[in-house]
Design a protein around this ligand. Sequence first.
Ligand code: SF4
Ligand code: ZN
Length: 313
Amino acid sequence: MAKPKPQCRCGGKTVYFRAYNGESLCQTCFNESIFEKVKKTISKYGMLKYGDRVGMALSGGKDSTSLLHIMSKIVKGHASELLAITIDEGISGYREESIKNAEKITTELSIPLFVKSYSDLFGISLDEAMEVRSEKSLKITSCGVCGPLRRRAIDKVAEEAGVNVVATAHNLDDILQTFYINLYSGDVERIAWLDPEFRPILNHFAARRIKPVMEVYEQELAFFAYLNDLPFQSESCPYMNEGIRTEIRLHLNELERKHPGIKYSTFRTVMAIAKGVDGAEGSSGKGASRCDKCGAVSSGSICSVCQTLSLIN
Ligand code: SF4
Ligand code: ZN
């Protein structure tokens, strides 16, 4: 196995060792490599078109803060517009810091920021929803409540802000974790959703969904934020350890530590499976159905948002 070298190929001082391909990189070459990787992903999947109005989902964490920084440079070359969307779930003691960071970085980069809360949009904060969960002894995880509401919240703000593209900072690790969660729960349809060219998403959502850092390791995005001194939230969400995601994350990190590059090869397999499921007979028809209550794109007759709201209200 390759070992870190004190100097980068350009002669600069090594700040990062990329174990999966044996590269030792200085700050400039590391940054360049991340930009290049994101540009390649964007071009491979035709994620950006000239004149797009892109709404970037900015949580204020390391991934979305890094992506905003990267997108602010890339979007200019596409003569597109970029704005940021921050959703306040209503998690006391946690969200306040990340909203401040989101305000700071968007001001620095002169990017308009739209902030909306669950309370504004759904009449209930996540903390309140969690109280209802305890009172009613509901068997649902906090992320199971929060995830659908956030996706819908971003849709609503995107519509208000008139964007035609929504960019999220899902990284390679997020994609793998989501794959395993769906694999273990038997949700085959949602595995198809991981395909960046999933047809129902392309055909039925008003705004195109893009994940420009889907081929970048989480660890490298975090390092990018740190290296470039970006303001990002250090605290983790107090609810994050309730679901199985953290266990899968730790397991994949352990595998990667022992077998550098295993996440990449798994990622390629996941993309092939997602495409296969997407292309399978009947899959796109099922994914393209609409919720009977709110009319949103849904994989069942009632969407996950309407199901969640009826539980917690
Ligand atoms: Fe919401 Fe779960 Fe993320 Fe916390 S970790 S913000 S509960 S999705
Ligand atoms: Zn619905």
